[in-house]
Design a protein around this ligand. Structure first.
Ligand code: NAD
Length: 453
């Protein structure tokens, strides 16, 4: 690892990764690499997570390709130095901000979108002119192997290197002196990453998780809400960081809403979802067992079936759930959807306010006043009104958490800024050189300084 870091630092110091042309070429190579390995990547995602080709393309490969296109289109403008006004106290001067690459950056990815969450930050890091070390998740081994082959054929190691392994390798990487660390994963490991980064004073972005609530109010279009929530929750078998974790539904519409959830489940996945080839699997036995323990059989309103040998859990709706239930104590990260009944939107507001800031918040309502109260009165990473998940799609929106759900943001221009240091430069003219600031100080100088400030 020390060797990789050393050759990358040497490569970075040659300046080869800085010109716009080199950055564009790197993005082109990445796009070609993805296209050439697309089939192998789709197969790997099927093997690791049971993702259908449509879902894998829609949520991983397609998103990465379209982000490359977007970044390439805007890169020249983003790289341009920004002129700033200069204050009179600096006269004569010109001021500007330039975006400079950090140097050698480390990107650590989780297993749930094992391709996208490695490649999407990489796009920003390359666009900003950095060298990169990638650490895929060991829990999605087929994808890690496919991405490794792709990267080794696409980039020399001094530009983009990939290190495989588990906790030990990840920690050994974190012990190195990187210039930037970009971590996606659980809040627990996020703390370890930040502690390790602190030793070298390395800046970090932490893309974490947590329990993302959905609020369904009495003024919501219930049919649309049910359809969109079922889609967003059971995508990737619920193993999505911004999946709706639980629903807070107003009492007065609880019953019809749960009925519609059931109907939409059947419409999307059929009467036997476990046999549906479009429906994904749980990543491993440990998570499968964890989810089974969270499922209180007495509260199952739909689903509940499991196939331990195939690591499958049917899309499951739980009703009558109370805040003290096990399923409400941790991020579910699987296909269980608890629906809690609340008296009104005010109770839902206070429920969310009393808990850590979520990564995402979703609100279904047609009441503008309720919308304003939730969107401006609560802290959360990002979210949607009358939809779930779709705030991750536009490349021109920042994506990231706040508080327990993370720090920093990326995607599109925000990725470019995340992986760039914004350097301030003042270019002073040499004439006139007004002597105000130079000693010896006199009364007239002080009066002038006071006036100027
Ligand atoms: P994971 O277990 O695959 O861990 C992520 C990475 O951290 C892996 O590369 C792993 O090798 C490394 N790692 C694990 N333990 C470590 C340790 N003790 N020290 C150093 N490195 C270690 O993935 P996960 O953490 O189970 O991912 C799931 C979590 O990630 C959920 O909380 C989810 O919400 C969150 N998540 C967030 C986003 C986001 O964009 N904000 C996206 C996906 C997942």
């Amino acid at each position: 690892m020390e060797k990789i870091l050393q050759i990358q630092r040497e490569h970075f110091q040659t300046g080869a990764t800085r010109p716009a042309s080199a950055r564009r070429e790197a993005l082109d190579s990445l796009r070609r690499g993805i296209k050439q390995h697309e089939q192998a990547l789709l197969e790997a995602l099927k093997e690791d997570l049971g993702k259908s080709a449509t879902e894998a393309y829609m949520t991983e490969i397609g998103l990465a390709l379209s982000e490359i296109r977007y970044v390439k289109r805007h890169l020249k403008r983003w790289m341009r130095p920004q002129r700033k006004a200069s204050p009179l106290t600096n006269f004569p001067a010109r001021s500007k901000v330039t975006c400079e690459p950090y140097g050698v950056v480390l990107i650590i990815a989780p297993w749930n979108y094992p391709f996208l969450l490695l490649i999407s930050p990489l796009i920003g890091a390359l666009a900003a002119g950095n060298c990169c070390v990638l650490k895929p998740s060991e829990l999605a081994p087929a994808t890690a192997a496919a991405v490794t082959r792709m990267m080794e054929e696409t980039f020399p190691r001094e530009y983009v290197a990939i290190v495989n392994g588990g906790v030990e390798e990840s920690q050994a990487l974190l012990d190195q002196d990187f210039d930037y660390i970009f971590y996606t994963g659980s809040p627990a490991v996020g703390r370890i990453v930040m502690e390790k980064a602190a030793r070298h004073l390395t800046p970090v972005t932490l893309e974490l998780g947590g329990k993302s609530p959905v609020v369904v109010t009495r003024s919501a279009n219930l049919r649309t809400a049910a359809r969109r929530i079922v889609f967003g929750k059971f995508l990737n078998a619920g193993q999505t960081c911004i999946a709706p974790d639980y629903v807070l539904c107003e009492q007065s519409v609880h019953e019809p809403f749960v009925r519609m959830l059931r109907e939409e489940l059947t419409a999307m996945y059929g009467p036997r979802p476990l046999d549906n080839p479009d429906y994904g699997k749980i990543i491993n036995r440990r998570h499968f067992d964890r989810l089974c323990l969270l499922m209180d059989k007495a509260k199952v309103a739909a689903g509940g079936e499991t196939q331990p040998e195939r690591l499958r859990i049917a899309p499951t709706i739980l009703t009558g759930v109370v805040p003290t239930d096990a399923v409400m104590q941790e991020e579910i990260f699987g296909p269980l959807l608890p629906v809690l009944s609340v008296r009104d939107d005010e109770e839902a507001f206070r429920f969310i306010q009393a808990r850590p800031h979520p990564l995402a918040l979703y609100l279904f309502t047609s009441d503008k006043a309720v919308e304003k109260r939730f969107m401006t009165g609560l802290e959360f990473g990002g979210g949607c009104v009358n939809d779930v998940i779709s705030h991750i799609v536009p490349h021109n929106l920042p994506f990231g958490g706040v508080g327990q759900s993370g720090m920093g943001a990326y995607h599109g221009h925000d990725s470019f800024l995340t992986f760039s240091h914004r350097k301030a430069i003042v270019r002073r003219g040499t004439w006139p050189d007004i002597p105000l600031r130079y000693p010896p100080y006199r009364d007239w100088k002080e009066r002038a300084v006071r006036w100027l400030f």
